[in-house]
Design a protein around this ligand. Structure first.
Ligand code: IMP
Ligand code: MG
Length: 171
């Protein structure tokens, strides 16, 4: 198994889309200070670029959720890292690498909703809607893709390939 030679989504295309998302989020949060909740590890690269494309005051928090063993979803989701401070009354924007079955994201959203935020929104770089099992949808989507297993720009296969600048299909 290795990444396709040709990217599915190039680093340039990602950068352009991140700028667009940053503009949209800056407009939507014009009168709200936001807390970006980065879902580790996959959301790291996207969140780092997106944060710099949002021209609004923000704070960062991290959560760590895992549901994947290689290419197979085990169904079990573990939230291993939780926010360091209470988030009651905060405007939360969860930043995810990919929305697949929806199990991971739903678990994260449920945990954050329990903290009584003022608002809770979701931004995902990639969306694979045909794979959805739990009916979760994102407020902001970078790219909608077909049912490919992809790596790069934060996305891994058994912890490999996160560092690739573009997104590739694993073949
Ligand atoms: P879900 O809980 O099924 O939505 O899975 C979400 C998690 O599975 C993501 O945060 C990724 O870590 C992983 N995942 C799902 N699809 C892919 C993929 O195509 N490439 C790499 N990781 C993926
Ligand atoms: Mg993963």
């Amino acid at each position: 198994m290795r990444p396709s030679e040709r990217p599915l989504i190039t680093a340039d295309a990602i950068a352009r889309r991140v700028t667009e998302l940053g503009d949209a989020i800056s407009t939507d949060y014009a009168d709200r200070d936001l807390v970006m909740v980065v879902v580790l590890k996959g959301g790291l690269f996207f969140a780092a670029d997106l944060a710099r494309a949002i021209r609004r005051p923000m704070a960062l928090e991290y959560v760590r959720a895992r549901s994947y063993d290689g290419q197979r979803s085990t169904g079990a989701v573990e939230v291993a890292v939780v926010p360091e401070r209470p988030l009651a009354g905060a405007h939360l924007l969860v930043v995810e690498d990919i929305l697949d079955t929806g199990r991971t994201t739903q678990t994260v959203l449920d945990m954050l909703a329990d903290m009584s935020p003022a608002s809770l929104a979701l931004c995902t770089l990639l969306d694979k809607p045909v794979r959805r099992i739990v009916p979760v949808s994102a407020n902001y989507v970078g790219f909608t893709i077909d049912d490919f297993f992809v790596v790069g720009y934060g996305l891994d296969f058994n912890e490999r390939y996160r560092e690739l600048p573009s997104i590739h299909v694993l073949e």
